[in-house]
Write a protein that binds this ligand. Structure first.
Ligand SMILES: C[S@@+](CC[C@H](N)C(=O)[O-])C[C@H]1O[C@@H](n2cnc3c(N)ncnc32)[C@H](O)[C@@H]1O
Length: 237
C-alpha cells in the first residue's frame, strides 16, 4: 500500500485557522472535561488532537495512532505506530472521544465493521465517536480531469462506507464541517506534486505531470473553494 505522507504538510489542513475552526466544530459535538480521554485513529502529525489537549486544557495527552511516524508530530499527543486492531483489542482504558478523521477509507468493508465494533467496545458510557469523511456530493476539491475521476471513484466508495457505518452504529447524527480555503495556484500544485490526497497516490509520474499542465491552464492565480466534511456522530449510551 502506498503511504499518504504529505496530507497536512504546511497547508490549510495544518493551519491555525483550520484547526481552530475544527476544534470549535468538535466542541459542539462533544462536551470536553479536563479528564476527557481521546483516541485519534489515523492521526497523521497529530496537530488536531494536540490542539484539543491545549485548547480544552486536558489532563491526559490524546492517544494518536498512525502507520506513519512523522518527525514533526505534535508534542501534546501520545503517538503510537501500531496496528489499530490489536491496540483496541488489548486496550483497558475506555475513551470519551474516538476521532476517525479522513481515515476510514483506508480500510476495507470487513475491517471497517471490525474497527467500528472494537471502537464501540472502547468507548466510555456516553462516549462519542466522530467519523469525518469528504463530502460525497458537490465536492469542491480542485482537481485535474484524471484526478477528478479518481476522486469520484473514491467518493462512490465513501457512500458505500457510510452505509456500512449507518448499519453498524445505531442512532447516528450527521453534520457538515465547512472550511473556506483560499490558496495560491503554485502552492496547490506543490501539494499535487507531493500527492497530498489519496486519489493521487496511484497515478504515474507522467499522469501527475500532465495533470499539472492541465491544472495550470484551468485555474486563476488564487483558488478558492470549500473543503466540506461529513461528520457521523455516534454516542455510546
Ligand atoms: C488523510 S490523512 C488524515 C490525517 C488526520 N486524521 C487529519 O485529518 O488531519 C489519513 C491518515 O490515515 C493514516 N492511515 C492509513 N491507514 C491507516 C491504518 N491502517 N492505521 C492507522 N492509520 C492509518 C495515514 O497514514 C494518514 O496519516
Amino acid at each position: 500500500m502506498k503511504l499518504l505522507k504529505h496530507w497536512d504538510d504546511n497547508n490549510w489542513l495544518s493551519s491555525k485557522k483550520y484547526i481552530d475552526a475544527f476544534c470549535v466544530f468538535v466542541s459542539k459535538q462533544v462536551r470536553f472535561r479536563k479528564d476527557t480521554r481521546i483516541l485519534d485513529i489515523g492521526c497523521g502529525r497529530g496537530k488536531i488532537a494536540g490542539a484539543f489537549k491545549r485548547k480544552f486544557k486536558l489532563l491526559n495527552k490524546p492517544i494518536g495512532i498512525d502507520i506513519i511516524h512523522h518527525q514533526d508530530k505534535d508534542k501534546d499527543i501520545e503517538f503510537k505506530k501500531t496496528d489499530i486492531f490489536s491496540y483496541l483489542e488489548k486496550n483497558k482504558n475506555s475513551f470519551d472521544l474516538i476521532l476517525i478523521k479522513q481515515t476510514i477509507h483506508f480500510f476495507n468493508p470487513t475491517q471497517i465493521k471490525k474497527l467500528l465494533r472494537l471502537c464501540k467496545n472502547n468507548l466510555s458510557s456516553n462516549g462519542v465517536m466522530l467519523i469525518f469523511s469528504l463530502e460525497t456530493h458537490r465536492n469542491q476539491i480542485p482537481c485535474f480531469s484524471l484526478m477528478k475521476s479518481r476522486l469520484q471513484q473514491g467518493l462512490k466508495r465513501d457512500v458505500k462506507i457510510q452505509k456500512i457505518i449507518t448499519k453498524s452504529l445505531s442512532g447516528l447524527a450527521k453534520n457538515k464541517f465547512h472550511f473556506s480555503v483560499k490558496i495560491r495556484k503554485g502552492k496547490y500544485i506543490e501539494m499535487i506534486k507531493k500527492r497530498y490526497i489519496s486519489c493521487l497516490l496511484d497515478l504515474s509520474q507522467d499522469e501527475i505531470d500532465q495533470g499539472i499542465q492541465e491544472f495550470k491552464h484551468q485555474h486563476k492565480a488564487t483558488i478558492a473553494f470549500k473543503d466540506t466534511l461529513t461528520c457521523m456522530k455516534y454516542i455510546w449510551a
